[in-house]
Design a protein around this ligand. Structure first.
Ligand SMILES: Nc1ncnc2c1ncn2[C@@H]1O[C@H](COP(=O)(O)OP(=O)(O)OP(=O)(O)O)[C@@H](O)[C@H]1O
Length: 255
């Protein structure tokens, strides 16, 4: 069966550095799939190749069976892949709702001219954008904060707002880059519930995360990278007991 996302032998070099070295992996529809590995292993670089920010020097990215290698980021978003970034990228002085609406612009039809000239379709589209943005906020449990300015939200909620913005693009696959970074245990618990809720909405999730207990608790599948190479793949339990994985984490307990 065709995987929702499939990387085949993707490779990228930066100067002499092989940042990602012939990595193949699959993400099946409905999974929460994690990509883990020590610092500098190549995890974010893989996200950047999936989303079109970097073009692999070799290998292919397939999404829903279609070759999307090297497509522009906006085309990849339009095909159904949305993402968050490691660092917070909100418009701090805009409301929570407006920040979420921005995520929807890739689905807009009427464009700038329509908005300026107030063509009949615009009002309908604006209403639809607002409805979808509210659905995304509900999914991350922030709907009651929609009128707040983004900068007034506590840290954990700002990170959930970023997820809402990505959700507003109506993704089939959502990529989360270190979603739990910097969160306290309560914020992580809420995030875990939110991620599971999003999966239950039928959206497949791939995440990069350093917090091993978060990863091991939430994931259906884990791929492990070290120095740009894939060293293990399987269920959380399988990778936790894999000697190569234990060694990559320098004997630290994984999980
Ligand atoms: N644009 C770039 N130019 C040069 N080197 C880069 C670039 N992007 C990433 N690298 C290098 O590629 C390697 C992999 O980086 P990447 O950010 O993908 O690692 P990571 O696994 O996400 O690490 P972390 O967990 O610390 O975020 C690192 O050695 C990094 O310095």
């Amino acid at each position: 069966m065709t995987a929702l996302l499939e990387l085949k032998d993707i490779t990228i070099q930066f100067g002499g550095l092989m940042a990602v070295d012939h990595v193949s992996l699959r993400v099946e529809k409905g999974w929460i799939s994690a990509l883990i590995g020590p610092n500098g292993a190549g995890k974010s670089t893989i996200f950047n190749m999936i989303t079109g920010l970097y073009k692999p020097s070799a290998g292919k990215v397939y999404f829903q069976g279609r070759d999307i290698t090297g497509l522009k980021p906006y085309r990849i978003t339009a095909l159904g892949i949305a993402r968050t970034f490691q660092n917070i990228r909100l418009f701090k002085n805009l409301s929570v709702l407006d920040n979420t609406r921005i995520g929807r612009h890739c689905r807009g039809r009427t464009g700038m001219l329509g908005a300026i000239t107030r063509l009949p379709g615009v009002k309908k589209e604006e209403k639809e954008i607002e409805e979808r943005a509210c659905e995304a906020l509900r999914a991350v449990d922030l709907l009651d904060k929609r009128e707040e300015l983004a900068k007034n939200l506590p840290y954990g909620e700002q990170r959930r707002l970023e997820i809402a913005r990505a959700l507003a693009a109506d993704p089939v696959l959502l990529l989360l880059d270190e979603p739990a970074a910097g969160m306290n245990p309560q914020e992580k618990q809420t995030l875990m519930e939110v991620v599971q809720n999003i999966r239950d909405m039928g959206i497949t999730i791939m995440l990069v995360e350093h917090d091993m207990s978060f990863v091991m608790n939430i994931s259906d599948h884990v791929d492990v990278l070290n120095y740009g190479q894939k060293i293990a793949s399987g269920t959380p339990q399988e990778v936790q007991h894999n000697p190569d994985v234990i060694e990559a984490y320098l004997g630290k307990e994984v999980g």
